[in-house]
Design a protein around this ligand. Structure first.
Ligand SMILES: Cc1ncc(COP(=O)(O)O)c(C=O)c1O
Length: 405
């Protein structure tokens, strides 16, 4: 005998943000970039051949002599001491009690937003910004306020001042002071000072995402926002770009009084950052090899950056513009406005087997960057960079141009 149950709603049971979620441009590019025939400038991947494999293998073997390396564990105190030393090298003074260890910068930002946001909170982001931060915001359905950003100097602090002077107080400002993703630039010192001054004046926390701050290519490394203000700036750091993203290790520098709430938020997310990875990282840091490794990365990435800039000058048509990235892993390119880089990507992939990320992927509203693209210069060796830019140049030259208005 069959029982007729009253039909329930045909609506999806997912929360609104989850039901609306679509695969990100980055996810799509991960699978495209894995195709062997593709030369990919799409993702912010470090060069795998530069990972310190032998040193990490030695650390891993040493760590495994104790089975507790595979146990749940509290945060490793020695690792916090190393983080404080790293921060001191960037002119930030902090104590281990202000350091919270995370599974990468991404988790750090996710935990901070859980602490700072209520549903529908107001959040300030730049018009062009890191897509991963927008993803952590989505479950809160926030009111996103976009502040213009310049491809020369980053966030427009005058526009920020106007936003802060009117309307309700935002819950947070998201900023990248060095090696902006996607723009590849760093904020000048006076803009960093102004941003911090505004945050303190209006009492708005700044999440400073410094994932690329240790990869600066000038002679002297500039300090992060956190060096200017220990109250309103929440610092987010990462070992992903200076050691290996697969370790999934990052950290926060935040007020000590936030630790209890952060610990609860983290416990609900992954209980603890992998014990084994924390111990391998700590053992590696105790060898004292990291500063030399980071110097080597800076030299190598600077020469890859320069090779890319040289190839761009040779192969991109007149009208294309870019700046020399001062930090991080990306060059931001503006093509003539009649080229749509979403369409260009299709042509570049299908005909030239070269990948990049179109500018609109970084636009909070989807309205910016339609004629722009982001190129990564760390992942491929110089000869592949040269060949990839030659291919890209052909694609740009042949890309359809929209009629002028
Ligand atoms: C600006 C920015 N922040 C954070 C992250 C995430 O870093 P992690 O691997 O430490 O989670 C990335 C990764 O590419 C990034 O580009």
């Amino acid at each position: 005998m069959s029982i007729d149950l009253p039909s329930t709603s045909t609506c999806t049971p997912l929360a609104a943000w989850a039901a609306a979620a679509r695969p990100s441009a980055l996810q799509a590019m991960l699978s495209v970039s894995a195709r062997p025939e593709i030369l990919s400038f799409a993702l912010g991947l470090p060069a795998p051949e530069l990972f310190p494999i032998a040193d990490l293998a030695r650390a891993a073997t040493a760590v495994l002599s104790d089975p507790m390396a595979l146990q749940y564990s509290p945060p490793i105190a020695r690792l916090k001491d190393h983080v404080c030393a790293l921060m001191a090298a960037r002119s930030v003074s902090c104590t281990p009690a202000q350091v919270f260890l995370t599974a990468g910068a991404q988790q750090g930002m996710s935990l901070l937003t859980r602490l700072l946001l209520e549903p529908h909170s107001r959040v300030i982001v730049e018009t062009l910004t890191y897509t991963g931060f927008r993803q952590v915001l989505e479950p809160f359905a926030p009111e996103i306020v976009e502040v213009p950003t310049s491809a020369d100097e980053g966030i427009d602090t005058d526009a920020l001042a106007r936003v802060l002077a009117h309307g309700p107080r935002p819950a947070l400002i998201y900023a990248m002071s060095h090696g902006h993703n996607p723009l590849g630039i760093s904020m000048p010192a006076e803009k960093r000072a102004r941003l911090v001054e505004l945050a303190a004046h209006y009492g708005v926390p700044v999440i400073e995402d410094d994932a690329y701050g240790f990869l600066q290519y000038g002679d002297a490394a500039a300090a992060p926002l956190r060096a200017l203000d220990g109250r309103w700036v929440c610092y987010v750091g990462s070992f992903s770009k200076i050691l290996a993203p697969g370790l999934r290790q990052g950290w926060l520098v935040v007020p000590e009084s936030w630790m209890a709430a952060l610990s609860i938020a983290k416990e609900s997310s992954d209980i603890n950052t992998r014990t084994f990875n924390q111990l391998v990282l700590t053992t590696y840091l105790e060898t004292g090899l990291l500063p030399g490794h980071v110097d080597m990365l800076r030299r190598e990435y600077r020469s890859r950056r320069d090779a890319m800039l040289h190839a761009l000058r040779l192969h991109l048509p007149e009208g294309a513009r870019w700046r020399t990235p001062t930090a991080g892993l990306f060059v931001w390119i503006e093509l003539e406005s009649r080229v749509c880089t979403d369409e260009l990507l299709r042509l570049a992939l299908e005909r030239e087997h070269v990948a990049f990320l179109p500018g609109r992927a970084f636009s909070a509203s989807g309205a910016e960057g339609a004629h722009c693209m982001r190129l990564n210069f760390s992942r491929l060796p110089v000869h592949d960079i040269e060949e990839g830019i030659r291919r890209l140049g052909r694609a740009v030259n042949d890309a359809p141009r929209r009629a002028r208005d």
